[in-house]
Design a protein around this ligand. Structure first.
Ligand code: AMP
Length: 216
């Protein structure tokens, strides 16, 4: 199975689609947001710096993000293929990642651009609930995405939590950061011939489209 990279604005469904793919195809799900949230809990200078970035909605430095990612990519479960959810976020990260792939002898794989209207992304942000244990994502405002038992993860039974950066103010900064730094990557991957665009409106329809891409 080839590796998959998701490029998308905030709340486009990267986490949801990654969880579905992970379960069905046994791929490792690497969310740089999750890696950074974990690192932000450390009581040291790096932890405090990351916490500030997450709170503000700005990107964490490339150096820290790449260090965490490199460490994660070396773990055993990535050998079967992995999904990158939230990385790369700017052109410098792409260039550093391409170098890293060469060093580790890993294929770039598919790059999937999940497109979603800004208004829908905003609605998703406000109702989003995440499982702190397995990373599954639910939404208490959107039919079809609600957990079976309110506040409890369908997958592993853990209490769901709301992310601190899921508010309108931070969303606006994260969206602007995406438009400025991440959206231009679409051109880069299109030129390499590895880009696929999938509208991310309905979870199951989107998943079917992604499956078609990765099975062809
Ligand atoms: P996400 O979970 O992908 O929505 O990311 C949450 C936050 O983590 C972002 O708003 C950034 O502050 C930080 N972050 C996640 N991925 C990256 C990355 N590749 N580079 C820098 N910062 C990141």
């Amino acid at each position: 199975m080839k590796n998959i990279i998701f490029i998308a604005p905030p709340a486009a469904g990267k986490g949801t689609q990654s969880t579905l793919l992970k379960e069905k195809y046994c791929l490792a799900h690497i969310s740089t947001g999750d890696l950074l949230r974990k690192a932000s809990l450390e009581e040291n200078e790096r932890g405090h710096y990351i916490k500030d970035c997450l709170k503000s909605g700005k990107l964490v430095s490339d150096e820290i993000t790449l260090d965490l990612l490199t460490e994660r990519l070396k773990q055993e479960d990535c050998k079967n293929g992995f999904i990158l959810d939230g990385f790369p976020r700017n052109l410098d990260q792409v260039l550093a990642y391409e170098k890293l792939l060469e060093e580790l002898q890993i294929d770039l794989g598919y790059v999937i651009f999940l497109s979603v209207p800004k208004e829908l992304a905003e609605k998703r942000i406000l109702g989003r609930e995440t499982c702190p244990d397995c990373g599954a994502v639910f939404n208490d405002q959107i039919e079809g995405s609600k957990p079976k038992v309110p506040g409890i993860c369908d997958v592993c039974g853990t209490h769901l939590t709301k992310r601190k950066d899921d508010n309108l103010e931070t969303f606006s900064i994260r969206y602007d950061t995406y438009m400025e730094h991440t959206k231009p990557l679409i051109d880069h991957f299109e030129k390499l011939g590895v880009l696929y665009t999938v509208p991310s409106i309905d979870r199951d329809e989107t998943f079917k489209m992604i499956e078609k891409i990765i099975k062809d």
